[in-house]
Design a protein around this ligand. Structure first.
Ligand SMILES: *Cc1c(COP(=O)(O)O)cnc(C)c1O
Length: 269
C-alpha cells in the first residue's frame, strides 16, 4: 500500500477472503480492516464459502474468523454452499444504503419499468429478469432458524475435525495432511502407497499418485471424490465436509480404506 502511494497510485479496494476455496483459510479481516480505513479503501469480504459460519454462535464465540467483518463495505455469502439452500443463492450484503448503491451502479435506466421507487430491486441488479433467490434463503432461515443453521455448521466442523484425526491416525500407513490442523471444512491430504514408502522424497510423484487414484476410485463407482492443485505443492485429495447426513466413521473412513486398497492394487511403475 505504501509503495503504491509513493508511486502516486491510489489504492481503492481490498478483498479479504473468509474461507478460501481450496484450503479454507480465513484472512485476518480485523487487521486488514485497519489498513483499509487508513488508506480509505473499500473493504470487500469474500465470504462465499466461509461467510455462512455467521450462523454459528459457537464459531463467533470461539474463532476470530469473521472478526472485523462488521466494518466491511460489502460482504458476499453463498448460502447454496454451506447452508444447503438449493442452487443458486448468492448474496452481496452492505451496511451502506444497498438499494441506492446498487441501483446507482447497476441500473439500466429502463424508464418503462422503473419509476424511481428506491426499494425496487430490479434497478440494482445487472439483469432485471431473475428469480428472487433471496426467498429461498428466507424460507430456509424460517424453517431451520438460526439455531438449526448454526447446528449444521457446528456439526460439519465436528465431522471435519474427526475425519482429519482419522487421516492423521493413518500416517504410518501413508496418509499425510497437507496442513495440520486443517483450517476449516476441507480435509486435504496425500496418500503414499506402501510400495513407494521407501522411495526418497525427490523420487515421489505425489501428483501422479493422487490423480491416478482419483481416476481409479471414481471409475470404481465406490466414491466420487475430487483432488486439487495448489501452487508450490503436489496435487492432493480434497474432501469437503458439508452435508449433515455424512458420518465420519460410517462413511468417510471407508473412503480411506478404499484409497488404501486401490493404492495397493495398482502396479506403480
Ligand atoms: C465459490 C466461491 C466463489 C464463487 O462464487 P459464485 O457466487 O459462484 O461466483 C468465490 N469465492 C470463493 C472463496 C468461493 O469459495
Amino acid at each position: 500500500m505504501k509503495e503504491c502511494v509513493e508511486k502516486g497510485e491510489t489504492p481503492f479496494f481490498i478483498n479479504a477472503t473468509a474461507g478460501t476455496t481450496v484450503m479454507g483459510a480465513f484472512d485476518p479481516i480485523d487487521e486488514i480492516s485497519v489498513l483499509a480505513k487508513k488508506y480509505n479503501c473499500w473493504l470487500h469480504v469474500d465470504g462465499s464459502w466461509g461467510g455462512s459460519v455467521a450462523f454459528s454462535e459457537n464459531v463467533l464465540r470461539e474463532k476470530n474468523w469473521l472478526k472485523g467483518s462488521h466494518v466491511a463495505d460489502t460482504f458476499t455469502m453463498n448460502p447454496h454452499k454451506l447452508l444447503g439452500v438449493p442452487l443458486q443463492c448468492s448474496m452481496l450484503l452492505t451496511p451502506h444504503e444497498g438499494n441506492l448503491l446498487f441501483a446507482k451502479h447497476n441500473t439500466l435506466k429502463a424508464d418503462y419499468l422503473f419509476h424511481g421507487n428506491p426499494y425496487d430491486l430490479g434497478e440494482g441488479t445487472l439483469g432485471c429478469g431473475r428469480r428472487p433467490d433471496a426467498a429461498k434463503m428466507f424460507l430456509t432461515w424460517q424453517y431451520y432458524g438460526r439455531q438449526g443453521l448454526g447446528d449444521r455448521i457446528d456439526q460439519a466442523l465436528a465431522t471435519a475435525s474427526k475425519f482429519s484425526q482419522r487421516v492423521k491416525e493413518r500416517s504410518s500407513r501413508g496418509f499425510r495432511l497437507v496442513k495440520d490442523p486443517c483450517p476449516f471444512l476441507q480435509i486435504c491430504f496425500w496418500y503414499i502407497p506402501p510400495s513407494m514408502a521407501k522411495l526418497p522424497e525427490a523420487d515421489l510423484d505425489l501428483s501422479k499418485i493422487t490423480r491416478t487414484l482419483h481416476k481409479k476410485i471414481n471409475e470404481s463407482g465406490e466414491f466420487m471424490i475430487d483432488y486439487a492443485p495448489l501452487a508450490g505443492v503436489p496435487d492432493f485429495f480434497r474432501i469437503v465436509i458439508n452435508a449433515p447426513s455424512v458420518d465420519c466413521d460410517r462413511d468417510l473412513v471407508r473412503l480411506l480404506d478404499c484409497i488404501e486398497r486401490h493404492g495397493q492394487e495398482i502396479e506403480w511403475a
